[in-house]
Ligand binder design. Structure first.
Ligand code: GTP
Ligand code: MG
Length: 370
């Protein structure tokens, strides 16, 4: 099985060896810096540090870090990826619909299209913003956690008539854990009960201090209904994006993340993929989660067929052999042989870890009976 020394793991994450040893101790693994650990343990450590792990094949443990710049010199500016989060019914989807309605390109093309959970809004300035919608229902914690990890900026939607609620707090915590800047959109300002000052007060108790109170958090009053404040929100996002100096290399093989995936009659498995680096093209062979495929069609967020999709572009992909999961990585590889090999390896690794887990379960059950 795969192993890696603690030192090498620390190097690849650019973390101090001592910190990695400490983290391993927390996980109940007592090792020194020169000892080796197995890939599953390494994966846990990587997650503890908040990095993203990519295990490409048996002989090739590759760890990429979130926000790690491409080391080659072909970096070009890319659109910011903005994830919209907040409590159920606070108006996330309505806000995105309203922002899309102002999309200069969509207007030219004749208006609103289908819902794929991720889309680009083209601003009059010529720049664009990629938005990812997330559900506010309590059951979707995992989706929000993943959302926070693939995004550059979180827009936290808080209804002005309802204030900070349970999933608002959860979203704040995900954004903080992922170290992603937060812009607050105080929505439903058209309602007579709207109380933006109360929202700002409540934000304080979660260490989010708005500018008016001497802090750094930008809070924009908006209404998805009347469209009040939408240009201000777009401007705040653009300003934040400029500070982040977001770049990617469009010239390499594509890498990204699955935003949603489903099985559709007549189309087979369909995945909405956010391309993070490189350019995804028709015919590309890829691995995603435990699945693989060859790009048969690429459909953009306006329902049009496209030949390719570059960094920060969300695109629907068909040509999958199976249905991946939201949050799975998406990596273009050289050929089908490699793709099959990796997906088989990953399926086997998953089977083994499932088995180990159920084994542990029964041991616990046995012990509890003693
Ligand atoms: P989930 O995805 O279920 O978490 O909800 P959501 O946050 O996407 O909320 P959604 O956009 O579905 O809106 C919920 C309700 O609030 C709908 O009935 C909207 O019409 C209403 N709503 C959203 N924004 C506004 C607004 O600015 N003003 C008013 N008056 N109603 C709004
Ligand atoms: Mg919604």
């Amino acid at each position: 099985p795969e192993t890696i020394t603690v030192q090498e793991l620390a190097n690849r994450m650019a973390e101090r060896g001592g910190e990695v040893v400490k983290t391993l101790m927390k996980l109940g693994v007592m090792v020194t810096i020169n000892q080796t650990i197995d890939a599953d343990t390494a994966e846990l450590v990587v997650e503890e540090f908040g990095h993203k792990l990519r295990r490409v094949s048996d002989s090739d443990v590759e760890i990429g870090m979130r926000g790690d710049p491409d080391d080659d010199s072909n970096l070009e500016p890319r659109a910011p990826v903005v994830t919209v989060m907040g409590h159920v019914d606070h108006g996330k989807t309505s806000l995105l619909d309203a922002l899309r309605a102002s999309d200069v390109v969509a207007q030219e093309a004749g208006g609103i299209t289908q819902h794929i959970g991720a889309y680009q809004v083209h601003l009059a300035s010529g720049q664009s913003i990629t938005f990812i919608d997330t559900p506010g229902h309590a059951a979707f914690t995992e989706m929000r956690a993943r959302g926070a990890n693939v995004t550059d900026i979180v827009v936290l939607v808080v209804a002005a008539d309802d204030g900070i609620m349970e999933q608002t707090v959860e979203a704040i915590n995900h954004a903080k854990a992922a170290q992603v800047p937060i812009i607050v959109a105080i929505n439903k300002m058209d309602k007579p009960e709207a109380n933006p000052d109360r929202v700002k007060q409540e934000l304080l108790s979660h260490d989010l201090v708005v500018e008016e109170m001497g802090g750094e958090i930008i809070a924009i009053p908006v209404s998805a209904k009347t469209r009040e404040g939408l240009p201000d929100l777009e401007e705040a996002i653009q300003l934040q994006a400029e500070i982040l100096e977001l770049k990617a290399n469009a010239l390499r093989a594509a890498e990204g993340v699955v935003v949603e995936a489903r099985l559709e009659q007549g189309r087979g498995s369909v995945a909405t993929v956010l391309v993070q680096r490189g350019t995804l093209r028709m015919g590309d062979v890829f691995v995603t989660g435990n699945e693989w495929g060859r790009v048969r069609a690429l459909i953009n967020d306006r329902g049009e067929r496209v030949e390719e999709a570059g960094p920060s572009i969300p695109v629907e992909v068909t040509g999958l052999q199976g249905t991946p999961h939201a949050g799975d990585d998406f990596v273009v590889v050289e050929d089908e042989t490699k793709a099959r090999e990796i997906s088989e390896f990953r399926s086997e690794a998953k089977r083994q870890s499932d088995m180990a887990r159920s084994g542990r379960g029964s041991l616990e059950q046995m012990l509890s009976k003693i």
